[in-house]
Design a protein around this ligand. Structure first.
Ligand SMILES: [Zn+2]
Length: 407
């Protein structure tokens, strides 16, 4: 066995030890084909997944929990875990927006592998209220159970959570409320049948009341039957909702979507450090110049401390409306985008180019990726008025504990 690189003592600067941040991205949709250069059926640039992983490692993001949100992405995520052992971990579950497969209206599988944007798309029509289909449900649940069993025996350390699943009433155009509730309940029953249970990777948007009552109905008023805990990721709810989730013992995942408004930032301020987790939710949910939290990224002297290059974030991405996808060109039903002011003074490590102008070593504009988690850590630290180190170490501890990752 080749031993790992020994951990060298951190460099000492003056009187204090300089801290090298470490991150675990708990929610990254790395199974999305756009990390392979494929955008909605079109090959736009070479597969640059390994560069995406390298950039993450370069900022100290040494572990990635890749989200499985349907059968396709859950399987791809497991393949990635085999490709990057000790770096990539995975979840498996059916996202509320992919839950139409529980109804009579939809085929069981066959998605193109793309994940849904993290924001609602008001241009999409809300479908009719389809009924849950019992036969399909049995098939989906049995297939999901088998996928989990197979994953647990084939690569015991890779699958670290059940999900992503939950409720999303902001995006009923992908799946009706009735079917979402049915999907969430059926998957919670599957979790209860697992020995041992898996921690939960949960999604809750504009659905807090139903979300909490369903969790309580299945796991008890204090979630006492929830053996491994869980995280409500990409949190955008109110202070009261966040408090209730923390009281139930759940963790809160934050990404760019959690910093959009002053109210959002107030909520983040209230998350206890021992309940905090960090994520990018890439390719979505980047921190944008229009977000309230952006100001915490701007260096006080207005100069960049890293290599001066093009904006690596959405700063030059004409995508402020929150309804954008990474490929507006091939997705015609988009709102007109308002241009954004180009900020200076936010450190950028890598250049970002349009996907059509891909070149080695560059990020893709509008495609959020795990190296950007350092911005999430910085914004949370800024909002809470603490050092980045405190945020990173708390999130690291919480994440390794809940998901059973090696330190
Ligand atoms: Zn989500």
């Amino acid at each position: 066995m080749v031993s790992e690189t020994p951990i060298t003592a951190p460099p000492v600067e003056g009187n204090h030890v300089s801290y090298k941040p470490r991150y675990i991205d708990i929610g990254i949709n790395l199974a999305d084909p756009i990390f392979r250069g494929r955008y909605y059926g079109k090959e736009r640039h070479p597969d640059d997944l390994s560069a995406v992983v390298s950039r993450a490692q370069e900022v100290g993001c040494s572990k990635l929990i890749v989200t499985g949100s349907d059968f396709t992405s859950s399987r791809h995520a497991l393949e990635l875990a085999k490709e990057y052992p000790g770096t990539v971990y995975t979840t498996a579950g059916i996202h509320p927006c992919s839950s139409a497969i529980f109804s009579s209206a939809h085929a069981h599988e066959g998605t193109d592998g793309h994940t849904m944007p993290c924001d609602p798309d008001p241009t999409q029509p809300v479908p009719e209220d389809h009924e849950p289909d019992q036969e399909k449900t049995e098939k989906v649940i049995s297939d999901l159970g088998k996928l989990i069993d197979d994953a647990r025996s084939a690569s015991p350390n890779a699958l670290v959570a059940f999900g992503e699943f939950g409720l999303d009433y902001d995006r009923l155009h992908y799946c009706s409320k009735k079917v979402q509730l049915h999907s969430f309940a059926a998957q919670l029953d599957l979790v209860l049948s697992l020995t041992p249970q898996l921690p939960l990777f949960l999604h809750s948007r504009a659905a807090h009341e139903d979300f909490v009552s369903l969790l309580k109905a299945k796991f008890g008023a204090k979630l006492e039957r929830l053996e491994k805990g869980g995280v409500v990721h990409s949190f955008t709810g109110t202070v009261e909702e966040m408090q209730e989730l923390m009281d139930l013992g759940l963790y809160i995942g934050t990404n760019g979507c959690s910093f959009k408004t002053a109210e959002n930032c107030e909520v983040v301020k209230g998350i206890h450090l021992d309940r905090l987790m960090l994520e990018t939710d890439g390719p979505w949910c980047e921190v944008r110049p229009t977000h309230e939290g952006w100001k915490y990224l701007v260096e006080k002297n207005g100069t960049s401390t890293e290599s001066p290059c093009e904006m690596a974030s959405g700063a030059t991405t004409p995508a402020a409306s929150g309804t954008s996808t990474p490929d507006a060109a091939t997705k015609p039903a988009q709102k007109t985008k308002k241009p954004q002011k180009k900020e200076t003074g936010v450190p950028e490590r890598w250049p970002a180019v349009k996907k059509e102008k891909w070149r080695e070593g560059a990020m893709i504009k509008g495609r959020n990726e795990p190296c950007m988690i350092e911005r999430v850590g910085k914004v949370v630290a800024g909002i809470k008025g603490v050092e980045v180190e405190e945020v990173c170490e708390a999130a690291w501890r919480n994440t390794t504990k809940i998901f059973g990752l090696d330190d």
